[in-house]
Design a binder for this molecule. Structure first.
Ligand code: OXD
Length: 306
């Protein structure tokens, strides 16, 4: 029984140390330096890598290092019998909540606009707004979206939620019809999973259904957004701004127009990051479960894509 780590990102040593501390007998290999492929029963995967999972004949489970699994599902070498799991972790929820709260309050208090005005040494008092003036629309009401939309609701914002299947969230209007959901939204937050149905969902057509001067916050996946459409609608002045944490191509290429657009804030996929210290325990638990032929926790539905 062996565990394989597959990632292009840094931090491999932290994962290895944490996993070994929890199970000193565990055998860990790091892709692509695999001595014995037949020993691997469990893979812990982050980046989209050109790996042929079919070569790992005894693989039982592929665990995402994050909440998203699109990087795994885009690999078509995974047998139907292999479980795919995602991370469910309170720390992911709390860091995403802090990022979004800070972003939304910067919008409400005009801080993004004041930063631009300061660059031109311009003293200009903008209209004072308050949280009651904004309706936030949450796309995606899963573990992150469900909990965080509820926190915004309790904070005093008017909140609407959209999801593929109907969700009940206390004191919140939820929709499965996209047009009904978009009507009246001032700040759109995307936390949808990336599937064939949601790819490109943040497009021109959708932007024009939001209130004039609305903001887009994309913390889902880069491929949800049609970048050229966003630039066009920002320049048409229908949208006021966009805060983007995820991109079609990461790291965002130096020549991307998104870096320099005056109404776009770019952050480097940092809204919420998996903390190996917090998550290693659930990885070990699932590694042990599949070793005993038990179903792992937090498996995703491959047909739905999340
Ligand atoms: C995740 C992410 O999927 O960080 O957890 O994007």
């Amino acid at each position: 029984m062996g565990l394989l780590i597959v990632t292009k990102e840094k931090g491999i040593e932290t994962w290895v140390d944490n996993l070994k501390q929890l199970d000193s007998n565990i055998e860990i290999e790091v892709y692509p330096n695999v001595k014995n492929k037949d020993k691997i029963t469990f893979a812990l995967v982050w980046s989209k890598l050109d790996i042929d999972f079919a070569e790992f004949k005894n693989l039982k489970c592929i665990a995402s290092m994050g909440a998203g699994v699109d990087h795994i599902l885009s690999n078509d070498t995974i047998s139907k019998d292999v479980y795919i799991t995602k991370v469910v972790d309170e720390k992911l929820v709390s860091s995403m909540w802090e990022y979004l709260l800070c972003t939304v309050l910067n919008i409400v208090t005009n801080h993004y606009k004041y930063i631009s005005l300061q660059k031109e040494s311009k003293w200009e008092q903008l209209t004072l707004n308050s949280i009651e003036d904004y309706t936030i629309g949450f796309m995606g009401l899963g573990q992150l979206g469900g909990e965080i939309s509820n926190r915004f609701n309790k904070f005093g914002f008017s909140v609407k939620g959209f999801s593929n299947s109907k969700k009940q969230i206390q004191d919140m209007e939820t929709f499965t019809n996209l047009d009904e959901f978009l009507d009246g939204v001032d700040i759109l937050i995307n936390l949808l999973p990336l599937t064939k149905d949601t790819k490109g969902i943040l497009n021109k057509n959708l932007f024009y259904k939001l209130n004039k001067n609305a903001y887009i916050i994309n913390v889902g996946r880069g491929s949800h957004l049609v970048e050229d459409d966003l630039l066009e609608v920002l320049d048409s002045k229908h949208l006021n701004g966009a805060i983007l944490d995820v991109f079609e191509k990461e790291p965002l290429p130096k020549e991307s127009l998104l870096w320099t657009h005056p109404n776009i804030i770019v952050t480097p996929h940092s809204a919420s990051l998996t903390d190996p210290n917090s998550v290693s325990m659930q990885i070990i638990e699932n590694f042990k479960r599949v070793s005993k032929n038990l179903i792992p926790y937090n498996i995703i539905d491959r047909n739905k894509g999340y």
